[in-house]
Design a protein around this ligand. Sequence first.
Ligand SMILES: [Zn+2]
Length: 580
Amino acid sequence: MFKCRKAGAVMDVSSFLVLPSTLTVDRVEQNAEALTIFLHATTSCVCCPTCGTAGSRVHSRYFRTVADLPCVGQRLRLKLLVRKWICPLDSCPQHIFAESFPGLARRYARMTDRLIQALQALGVTANGADGAYVSSSLAMPTTAKTLIRRVLALPLPKDRSVRIVGIDEWAWKKGSPYGTILVDLQHRRITDLLPERSVESSTAWFKKHSQVKIVSRDRGKIFRAAADAGAPQAKQIVDRFHLQKNFAEALEKFFGHHKRLLKAAAHQLAGKGQVPETGATPQKKQERNNRYTERVRRHKKIWKLSRAGYRKDDIAQMVGIGSRSVYRALEQEQPPTQHRRRWSHHKVDPYLSYLAKRWNEGCHTAKELYEEMVTQGYTGSLRAIERIVAQLRPYGTKSVTKQAITLQKVPSPRNTALMIVRPVEKRTADQTMFIDQLCKSDPTAATVCTLAQAFGSLLRHLEGKPGLEKWKAAVQASGIAELISFMEGLADDAEAVVNGCTETWNNGMVEGFVNKVKWIKRSSYGQAGFPLLQRRVLLHPSARESLGKDQRRRSSRKSAAPPSLDTSGIRSTPTAIAVA
Ligand SMILES: [Zn+2]
């Protein structure tokens, strides 16, 4: 009998190999490549897999090799001596059958079940190439293709009962069709992933999950129609983030129509008083208008071709522009608005204090300032400095501050809108100063800011229907067309909007999980098809476990400590194995 020895202890190898009790170890061979264990089964009779009759006559024997989990860094191979049995039932079409090893390896498998499980765990958490690299360095050599095949063979998790669901979209890639993600908000886990974003597929999902009580969604038509049709019993909630986002878009429209207010506030802050008229000559203005007309014409052409069914790349070629520009144009059906591009100072920003100091010391030459800044690591252009110096000329010998330079930059309507919807305590000092000045310089802008803060506050503090009605009345009284239009838009989905201002559930977590899907998708270099992506998302350890924030913190602390091995049952190492 095969035994191993270490420090006088003698034990049976099969006791720590974790083998079925019907298998006995014959011998162990070791070479540079792997550790090979020879085994045979000890059962005296085996049932025929076709008719179930127990056979007791052995026809022949052969060796079957299966790879097993590595043993202390060495590849491990099991050589199973398989007996072929004769079926005693004459009428059975299966005259001869080979014995199987349930619990160890499936029929015809070249790997043990536990090795397959280890590879599947690797395949779910890493892409094919990375997983194959890690498994090979852990003495389980495999290829990326095998690993992916193993993951694809995994069954999807069983449908679990979901009561509170968040639904949103995720993009296959920029400009590509979207998929749908469904998150169990109560248990903080992804519950399903759909390959497309359509009313039909989402409706079908809701119909299959009749236990859904609450649906959190954006203001789009697709998920709304799906929830209406598939889950009429559920309460729908418009996500607060999307409400705030749509509101910011309304603000952007307002400031887009009132850019002069932004300009005036910026110039007053910079200490210039009146807004200087732009020095554009009629000829320059004409050129600018021509360019804008051309942009609108191109935008309309792109949309026309897109409606005619042309692919984005083909449209790019036909119009003679880059495909990125086509993607951008197709994001918005409205033609672009006319605006002038602002000079970006980002490379100059860290040197503004120095610039102001040198200006006040009397250095007013752009070239000289540029050379001094280059020695300090400035990598921008001389032109950028020349522009700033030109802006400072009107100050003459008066002293200037850093703000006088930064605030020359008039914030865009979009940036202003984002500044305004931010909670007051989260604004930077520059933003606070700008918004205060904006409110001081124009009463309508002040009303807009007050309404924006009130809207943010009613969403954050869940003020519900009374708060919303009060806010709506204030908007109506203000007479600001852009905000009234936003408010009227809410009436279309009134019940869900009121729920959004009342219920604590929202899609923040769904956005987080969308990021996770993106990360998994990109870790496969965008090559994974839907079945693989779906398994990698739904079978990922974090998707299977439902953990609260506190639990997650605790578990991450636990996993930071090295895993403790239960060594009590193991007294010998494979290198100490010798045939007795
Ligand atoms: Zn049989």
